[in-house]
Write a protein that binds this ligand. Sequence first.
Ligand SMILES: Cc1cc2nc3c(=O)[nH]c(=O)nc-3n(C[C@H](O)[C@H](O)[C@H](O)COP(=O)(O)OP(=O)(O)OC[C@H]3O[C@@H](n4cnc5c(N)ncnc54)[C@H](O)[C@@H]3O)c2cc1C
Ligand SMILES: NC(=O)c1ccc[n+]([C@@H]2O[C@H](COP(=O)([O-])OP(=O)(O)OC[C@H]3O[C@@H](n4cnc5c(N)ncnc54)[C@H](O)[C@@H]3O)[C@@H](O)[C@H]2O)c1
Length: 464
Amino acid sequence: MRAFDLIVIGAGSGNSIIDERFAHQRVALLDNGRRFGGTCLNYGCIPTKMFVLPADYLTSPADAARVGVHLDAASADWAQVRDRIFGRIDPISDAGRDWRAESPNVTLFRETGRFIGPKTLRVGDEEITADKIVIAAGSRAVIPPLPGLSAAFEAGLAHTSDTIMRIGSLPPRITILGTGYIGSEFAHVFSAFGSSVTMIGRSARVLGREDEAIAERYTSVLAEAIDLRLERDITDISVADGVVTVTMRRRDGSVDAVESDLLLVATGRTPNGDTLDVQASGVAMDAAGFILVDDQQRTSVPGIWALGDVSSPWMLKHVANHEARIVAHNLLDPQHPARRDDRPVPHAVFGHPQVASVGLTEREAREGGLDVVVAVQDYAGTAYGWAMEDRDSFVKVVADRRTGRLVGAHVIGPQASVLIQPLIQAMSFSLSVSEMARGQFWIHPALTEVVENALLGLGLGEGQ
Ligand SMILES: Cc1cc2nc3c(=O)[nH]c(=O)nc-3n(C[C@H](O)[C@H](O)[C@H](O)COP(=O)(O)OP(=O)(O)OC[C@H]3O[C@@H](n4cnc5c(N)ncnc54)[C@H](O)[C@@H]3O)c2cc1C
Ligand SMILES: NC(=O)c1ccc[n+]([C@@H]2O[C@H](COP(=O)([O-])OP(=O)(O)OC[C@H]3O[C@@H](n4cnc5c(N)ncnc54)[C@H](O)[C@@H]3O)[C@@H](O)[C@H]2O)c1
């Protein structure tokens, strides 16, 4: 049995904990990922957005045509773009691994750790122990038990987000299962690069957890770009001669099918606590498999903390990073613990168009019993929106009439992930709508005027 001061399981956000403040501690860092550095760097946020940017360029001729500019039909070579992306990311991952392996106080285990007792893990042939343990083991793609899906994986014709970005060539036809974040971002990437994309979903709208107005608009815009098959249950997946056929049933009982060259399974992610035999440590999990933590990121076992996707249903990198900072502080200074606060958690979906959101949807606010006031401002109603000849984009703000403060904000359209930031700031620092709208200059005629006008549209007191 090897003893350490600290064991960190997972080298995604967990890796960032071990900085110079831990130089005097003997640390074991466990990571079983094929590539070092976790999901965001290798399989998630970063490479996906590096594919989204070329996809945005590829769709720009259509935007330019609306304002009378005729760009040549855009094209991109999948293999070249892929190699550039991973030619940049893989060396960062390798350098991070090598640096860790050489850190004098850190022992790096590139293997799976499993609990065999309260503070003891088996890693390969070794048993290791420490008084302090951090579980930062992330999440994995869910593969639903659909008939024929495993055979499609075995034939190399089905992928998850872990492998789809490294495929050898662009599939002429791709079918995406799932209408959430991952499905939406890859629908944009593959259709922009030139694949014929079919997306299959059970519900009536794509991005169904967004505010209804946003999900509805996103669905109608996406339906112009791809073959969207909603309100379908998949009944069978079959493979023959390199072609994968998905058969599905509509709500009225009728059946349809689609053939393609590749399947992308984007049907959600599940936390990895179960694969760690977390039960042997006594750490409690909820019914969905998330490790339960308090606002100091402490699990039910003293001395064991958890952070990121393994314990947070948000499953977002900015949340995991925030939690990692809290855990690092609490490991070093438990007498003065840092706590997670209740700041609103934003997210953005980098599809086409972009979507960004923070706080409550209109429905959630009304169902929560708030006296709600809502404003919707089309980009097309502002000077920059005229310049863009925009048709589809808008900002929707939801405020509590009693407090005069925002409770939610939702944006669909170009730069949504950027435009939302002042609204996140207003909510995080409890700025009132009127202070926010009239307490600062908004640059004219910048696109941010769409945010200003949305706030003014709430009619909660304008000032000068
Ligand atoms: C395709 C995709 C796109 C995404 N895009 C965004 C985005 O744009 N913005 C955003 O905010 N979020 C995005 N996310 C989510 C984001 O990637 C995650 O929220 C974040 O990476 C979680 O970090 P983590 O540290 O909790 O887990 P991870 O980074 O997954 O790290 C966990 C590590 O633990 C290792 N591990 C697991 N079990 C064991 C074990 N038993 N022993 C040893 N090691 C183990 C794993 O191999 C992994 O390396 C995306 C996710 C995906 C899949
Ligand atoms: N831009 C971002 O921040 C970003 C991007 C990608 C991923 N992520 C993170 O990764 C997580 C996972 O993304 P995701 O898109 O896989 O999940 P998701 O939860 O957003 O969407 C899953 C989709 O799969 C469908 N689905 C689930 N089970 C199914 C089944 N058996 N058959 C058919 N459809 C089924 C759901 O109805 C839903 O449409 C996200 O929740 C998010 O936290 C974030």
